[in-house]
Design a protein around this ligand. Structure first.
Ligand code: BTN
Length: 325
């Protein structure tokens, strides 16, 4: 670990409190000059660190900088986030991950951007991604068969709900397949994409893109008012982006380790417990047509079980539903 990373970890462990420069240099076994250089480099990255004369350094409690060091200082994962890169602005973290990093980077590599100018959603939609949100794409190399790819999306949705509970104190629900909702408002979108090896038909890599709205300015995107919500609408203290990112990576890894070991049941049962449509009247959206149905639940593969208006039963593998009010 570099001196810079060690200094940040020490400041992070006492966020909001003054840490003495002398203690830092003694604990890390480096000169005061090296500590000062590390502080200067961290500040250049945007971290808000005060110098308190005669006392030491303080990482401000409300500093919302999003840096690789800042995220990693909060992480205790084995795989996800071992390498983190934060870019100021990209078209889409999923697009950039595929184009620049997916073939060369290790499993767990996490790409973040402060904003996206062409954020992508499911079914060819766009994902509005202004400053202040969390835009993350994680690179995975799972030994899953293609028909089980959706388990990664399911795991990511559960992970986001749990991370929101950890950092904001409320537990949202999930609208099948992967919309994270609170009071009917969408807080997060997930877009999973995969690359297939031509010869074998197996998975080369999978990327899971997660976008969470921390603050949402309804005036900036009036077309989304009433559909999209943000963490700020539902919790008093919106978490710092680094804190939320670390929580998402931590929670995602817990579930990913089950999937890696071939144990799908805990992931499905966690997902089932968070689904907000079970027992409700829904509309099944297919080819632009909406058909009334009742949601009966999901099976062990995460497929939605529904009873259609004519009494017939169906199992939906993928698609979209809307919940009838
Ligand atoms: C959806 O709700 O339709 C999915 C939205 C997925 C958005 C995330 S933000 C990070 C990653 N980069 C993208 O361009 N999309 C995903």
């Amino acid at each position: 670990m570099t001196v810079r990373e060690q200094v940040l970890r020490a400041l992070e462990a006492h966020r909001g409190e003054v840490v003495s420069g002398g203690a830092l240099s003694a604990d890390l076994g480096v000169s005061r000059q090296a500590v000062w250089k590390a502080i200067t480099a961290l500040r250049a990255d945007g971290l808000e660190i005060d110098s308190v004369a005669g006392e030491g350094y303080r990482l401000r409690a409300d500093d919302d900088s999003l840096t690789a060091d800042g995220v990693q200082a909060l992480l205790h994962t084995q795989i996800l986030g071992r390498e983190v890169l934060v870019l100021p602005e990209v078209s889409s973290t999923n697009t950039v991950m595929k184009r620049e990093y997916a073939s060369s980077c290790p499993e767990g590599f996490a790409l973040l951007a402060l904003r996206q100018n062409a954020g992508r959603g499911r079914l060819g939609r766009s994902f509005v991604s202004p400053d202040g949100g969390m835009y993350l794409t994680v690179l995975l190399r799972p030994a899953l068969t293609l028909d089980r790819l959706h388990f990664l999306t399911i795991a990511a949705a559960v992970a986001v709900c749990r991370a929101i509970q950890d950092t904001c104190g409320f537990l949202p629900g999930i609208k099948w397949v992967n919309d994270v909702l609170q009071d009917g408002k969408k807080l997060c979108g997930i877009l999973t994409e995969a690359s297939i090896v031509g010869e074998t038909g197996g998975l080369d890599y999978v990327i899971v893109g997660i976008g969470i709205n921390l603050h949402f300015d309804a005036e900036a995107a009036p077309e989304l008012a009433g559909i999209v919500g943000s963490l700020g609408d539902f919790c008093e203290k919106v978490p710092r982006r680094a804190e939320l990112t670390a929580a998402v990576l931590t929670r995602f890894e817990e579930l990913y380790l089950y999937l890696k070991s071939g144990d799908f049941a805990p992931v499905i049962s966690a997902y089932r417990a968070l689904l907000c449509c079970i027992g409700q009247k829904i509309l099944v959206v297919e080819n632009g047509t909406e058909t009334p149905a009742v949601c009966d639940g999901i099976n062990g593969e995460g497929h939605l079980l529904v009873t259609m208006g004519d009494g017939s039963r169906r199992e939906l593998q993928t698609g979209e539903i809307s919940i009838r009010i």
